[in-house]
Design a protein. Structure first.
Ligand SMILES: [Zn+2]
Length: 168
């Protein structure tokens, strides 16, 4: 296994367009009926005190459409027997990181966490969230991490691996 890389500095620059972020704009304010985000000032945002009656229209936000279509843009693969030992702690950490990211970008979400026998797969609505989660796994638990970006489609694959015993 290669030594863990420190990841991509200065954030991730998208190299392909996100097909769910269309250039067309909605009337403002538009409400996502599924998650309650509001489209205002040309972007989707969480507005806690927003009165839904003020919405001029309803339209599902890009993140909800991705979740419904199961359109995955980032996948974190977790392997190695360390995970089983710290399962709950690691899953909590991932959910906490998601919650923090959502405050910056409400369209960055975990779609699914799928646990199979020897691999856990975390699917996200964005490349940057997958990269961030990989970075946090490496930062918190060591092991090794690798990032792969697809040229044909907008998809980031992050591989994090750790066995139980490791000198850090
Ligand atoms: Zn939504």
């Amino acid at each position: 296994m290669p030594k863990g890389r420190r990841g991509i500095r200065g954030g991730l620059r998208p190299h392909l367009d996100d097909p769910y972020l269309t250039r067309k704009s909605y009337k403002e304010p538009t409400l996502c009926p599924r998650c309650g985000l509001v489209y205002r000032r040309r972007r989707w945002q969480r507005i806690p005190d927003f009165d839904p009656k003020l919405a001029v229209g309803q339209h599902k936000c890009p993140a909800c459409r991705k979740e419904e279509d199961h359109y995955v843009m980032g996948i974190v693969y977790i392997t190695g027997n360390f995970f089983a030992q710290r399962r709950d702690q690691i899953l909590n950490m991932l959910r906490n990181e998601e919650a923090k990211e959502v405050t910056h970008n409400p369209l960055d979400r975990i779609i699914n966490i799928i646990e199979k026998d020897d691999e856990v797969r975390v699917e996200t609505t964005s490349e940057s969230l997958a990269v961030h989660l990989g970075r946090m796994l490496y930062h918190s638990y060591g092991g090794s991490v690798e990032y792969k970006f697809s040229d044909e489609q907008k998809l980031a694959r992050v591989y994090w691996y750790r066995e139980k015993k490791e000198e850090k």
